[in-house]
Design a protein around this ligand. Structure first.
Ligand code: PEP
Ligand code: MG
Length: 869
């Protein structure tokens, strides 16, 4: 097995074998760019090293010997040669870039003798000893594990003793002294001597780079970035060029475009008379690359041309490392530059417009989740420095907001309306009653609940910042406090909520604004062209729908009609309806709600402009609409003209032990058919009215929680009879569809039968996950984090679909449903409908569309396009 390739023998497509850095050095060599000569020891050699008890094999050592001879032949330099000493760098480089995670050693080849030769050859003794002290520090740190600070302290002491401001003031004598002291450090700290034999230096360096693959920092980085452990690293051995050879030398890093904004303009910095580490370490303040144009115009022009050539060649923004040695430019590294989400979008769109990449490639380069950061404000990085995290919950709805804390919807609303305060609603959990407080809040925080709890779903729907299940918070409504360890938050105190990370902070923090721009819109248009699946929105109000339409949603995949009952006048009618003794008593409140609902649907359909709108009939258990605390019970009793005791008794009778498994969904339809009849009447009337006004509305009516064909058929009959009667009464026609949510495991198993009476399916993965796992969706916060930490679950299945279990049920339902009706439209409207990983899976099983909260639409659109590529 060949374990070494010279740069002149490789190319950019050999990343797996040569690592990213090695492949790019080879490619630049192939392009005749000024790259110092060198060779790459392959990742396969790294695998052999790992299998060979972490030792370099004799075969590899022999190959290194040959490679050194070849390098000497091509450069005319040799280790320890008195007139032309060879010095080399040794750097790691895996197939996937892991910046700064592994090790580098520069100036290998220097020893007590060759430092003198180097001084003579370059006629610069200071430079020679400066290079030597750098080798000693890097080698000591990388090979013997001596703390870098130990070496840095000697430099700092010396500068202090002579009152120097910068390293550049160190004299030759100082540097010689430093070299001596560094060698003493080897003795004192590691009981070692610095190896004088350059070959031994090289072999130890290679050994250390291979073993650095397994260091802790590299492991953590790989885990965070999903980089496989099995890749291994290559090692690049390259002839040194010296940026610290004098004032006509220097070193720097530059991006071909601005990595923060994406602007097409060289962006970078450099230092004269310095080696690479000086630029990144912050010891000296580098100059902007712009000033190089003035100080070394020819070098600047040459570099700018190379930068452009490389960008065109790689068809992506490049991050370049360069060195200037005595007025001659060398390229040391080229790689795709890391960039902010906004820059990623701008660069991708610009490159398509410059004909360098196609739209598909542009889409592939965008991380869908990163788009979320462009749609919401964030805390300024500066503001977060030195902030103590008060508590962490689930990141339910992204964004960053500060506000004054209130513990009830009512007090939050008052503070907002009357004192014009920015408020944060902080509760144990939320329920429909809290909606008015939620609407006015900058952020919503709960101490309980999971990603599909009421607070999470509503915050996401409104685009408000939300953190749920922050268990460390002890919320006391009685004391109006929330306590975390010794910290007590009182009503009116400021807190800051980061819905992207789930962190909470005390006080008020600065935020940066959202950044929706034309480039993002362009990219989303392309994504729409490319994707097969539709991207719909979950929206309950015209305002939500409008926001989703602004993001170019294909329609509404789910309107949760219960969310329309949250306004006070409606809640009152709803309560009258629920508390009525019989069907007769329900007539008046039903009529009042009908008028309101009809107006809701009228407004939503009017906005739809031909896009499909799926309205789900009432789902939640009725007692959710009833008052809970004594004060409210008293008020409601007065409103509906009954006694407190009678009302309490009724509330008790409606209470359920496990309401999510209780009297909800089509179970309500069976026991209170008049509620569904009212909703269907409202939908039908609204559609007829609009069609008379010239619109073309075709309602999609969705039944929740269906378990069987018989049940679906029963509810469908109620719905259809209602529609038919209205059509006859109005002498009108209407195209409509009646479909079901798929959210019960039993429904998935019997999907072929249910499809006989359903015009479409839409997966309610929130309930389907709850029922498949047997996890109550509102209570998972108490154990889910531990399950993930212990690796029992790979992630929260309410956020990313569990492909193995829930996903298999979905696949079965899709296959069986389409056995009955090959054209059956099938959507997903649970929370995972907006999750990129889940969307990839939905593409595979043939889902027709996903539906998510308005702000997730851009993320879902990019993910849906990527899923097809
Ligand atoms: C679901 O269960 O996934 C769903 C969309 O319905 P809800 O969250 O309203 O129960
Ligand atoms: Mg549901």
């Amino acid at each position: 097995m060949r374990q070494i390739y010279f740069f002149s023998e490789g190319n950019k497509d050999m990343r797996d074998l040569l690592g990213g850095k090695g492949a790019n050095l080879a490619e630049m060599t192939r392009l005749n760019l000024p790259v110092p000569h060198g060779f790459t020891i392959t990742t396969e050699a790294c695998h052999s090293y790992q299998q060979n008890s972490h030792q370099l094999s004799e075969a590899l050592k022999l190959e290194i010997d040959h490679a050194l001879d070849r390098l000497s032949a091509s450069t005319g330099k040799k280790f320890e040669d008195e007139s032309n000493p060879l010095l080399i760098s040794v750097r790691s480089g895996a197939a996937i870039s892991m910046p700064g995670m592994m090790d580098t050693i520069l100036n290998i080849g220097l020893n007590d003798r060759s430092v003198i030769a180097l001084a003579k050859v370059t006629d610069n003794e200071r430079f020679a000893y400066d290079s030597y002290r750098r080798l000693l520090a890097m080698f000591g740190n990388v090979v013997y594990g001596i703390n870098e600070d130990t070496f840095d302290n000697v430099l700092t002491e010396t500068k202090k003793a002579h009152n120097y401001q910068s390293d550049l003031e160190l004299t030759t004598a100082d540097l010689k002294n430093i070299v001596t002291r560094f060698k003493e450090i080897y003795q004192n700290e590691a009981n070692k001597v610095f190896p004088q034999d350059p070959k031994e230096q090289l072999l130890s360096a290679v050994d250390s780079v291979f073993s650095s693959w397994d260091n802790n920092r590299a492991r953590v980085y790989r885990r965070q970035n999903d980089i496989p452990e099995t890749l291994g690293t290559a090692v690049n051995v390259q002839t040194m060029v010296f940026g610290n050879a004098g004032e006509d030398s220097g070193t720097g890093v530059a991006f071909t475009r601005n990595p923060a904004t994406g602007e097409k303009k060289l962006f970078g910095e450099y230092l004269l008379n310095a080696q690479g580490e000086d630029v990144v370490s912050g010891v000296r303040t580098p100059e902007s690359i712009e000033t190089l144009r003035a100080s070394m115009p020819e070098i600047y022009d040459q570099f700018a041309k190379i930068a452009e050539k490389l960008e065109t060649h790689y068809r992506d923004m490049q991050d370049l490392e360069f060195t200037i040695e005595h007025g001659k430019l060398y390229l040391l590294q080229a790689r795709a530059g890391k960039r902010t989400p906004a820059a990623a979008v701008k660069v991708a769109v610009d490159l398509v417009n410059e004909n360098l990449i196609n739209k598909e490639t542009a889409i592939k380069r965008i991380k869908p989740e990163s788009i979320s950061a462009m749609l919401h404000s964030e805390f300024a990085h500066k503001a977060l420095e030195r902030q103590h995290i008060l508590a962490t919950g689930l990141p339910a709805s992204p964004g960053a907001a500060s506000g004054q804390v209130y513990f009830t919807a009512e007090t939050a609303k008052n503070a907002h309306d009357e004192q014009h305060q920015k408020v944060v609603l902080l509760r144990q959990d939320t329920s429909p009653e809290d909606i008015e407080g939620m609407v006015v809040s900058e952020a919503i925080v709960t101490s309980r609940g999971g990603m599909t709890s009421h607070a999470a779903v509503v915050a996401r729907g409104m685009g408000s910042t939300g953190v749920v299940g922050a268990h460390a918070l002890q919320v006391s409504y009685a004391n109006k406090t929330a306590t975390v360890d010794d910290t007590v938050i009182h009503e009116g105190d400021w807190i800051s909520v980061d819905g992207t990370s789930g962190h909470l902070y005390l006080g008020q923090l600065d935020t940066t604004e959202a950044n929706i721009n034309d480039d993002l819109s362009t990219l989303l248009e392309w994504a729409k062209e490319i994707s097969r699946m539709g991207v719909y929105t979950n929206a309950d109000t015209p305002a939500d729908f409008q926001r989703a339409l602004d993001f170019d949603a294909d329609g509404i995949g789910l309107t949760r009609t219960e969310h329309m009952f949250f306004k006070p006048e409606r809640l009152l009618q709803m309560r009258r309806l629920i508390l009525a003794k019989d069907a007769d008593g329900r007539k008046d409140p039903l009529a009042k709600i009908l008028a309101l609902q009809q107006q809701d649907f009228y407004e939503i359909y009017k906005l739809s402009a031909g896009k499909s709108v799926t309205v789900r009939l009432l789902d939640p258990p009725l007692h959710e609409f009833l008052p809970h605390d004594d004060k409210e019970i008293k008020l409601v009793a007065e409103e509906i003209n009954t006694t407190v005791d009678a009302l309490k008794a009724r509330i008790d009778s409606l209470k359920e032990l496990n309401p999510m498994l209780g009297h909800r969904g089509d179970r309500l339809a069976v026991t209170y058919p008049d509620i569904y009849q009212m909703q269907v009447t409202a939908i039908t009337n609204a559609a007829i009215k609009l069609n008379q006004e010239g619109y073309d509305i075709k309602p999609h009516i969705m039944i929740p929680l269906t378990n069987s064909k018989t049940e679906m058929k029963w509810v469908r009959d109620v719905v259809e009879q209602t529609i038919r009667k209205i059509l006859i009464d109005n002498d009108a026609t209407l195209e409509y569809k009646i479909g079901t949510m798929m959210e019960m495991p039993r429904a998935c198993v019997t999907a072929d039968k249910i499809a006989e009476v359903s015009d479409f399916f839409s997966f309610g993965t929130n309930d389907l996950t709850q029922l498949t796992f047997g996890y109550s969706r509102d209570d998972v916060g108490s154990f889910m984090p531990e399950y993930i930490a212990q690796g029992i679950l790979p992630n929260d299945p309410f956020q990313t679909v569990d492909t193995e279990g829930v996903g298999e049920l979905m696949r079965m339902a899709v296959d069986r449903g389409r056995q009955t009706n090959s054209k059956l439209p099938i959507g997903v409207c649970g929370e995972v409908g907006g999750d990129p990983k889940s969307i990839r899976f939905f593409e595979k099983i043939g889902i027709s569309y996903v539906s998510c909260s308005p702000f997730r639409i851009p993320v879902a659109r990019i993910a849906a396009a990527q899923a097809t590529l």
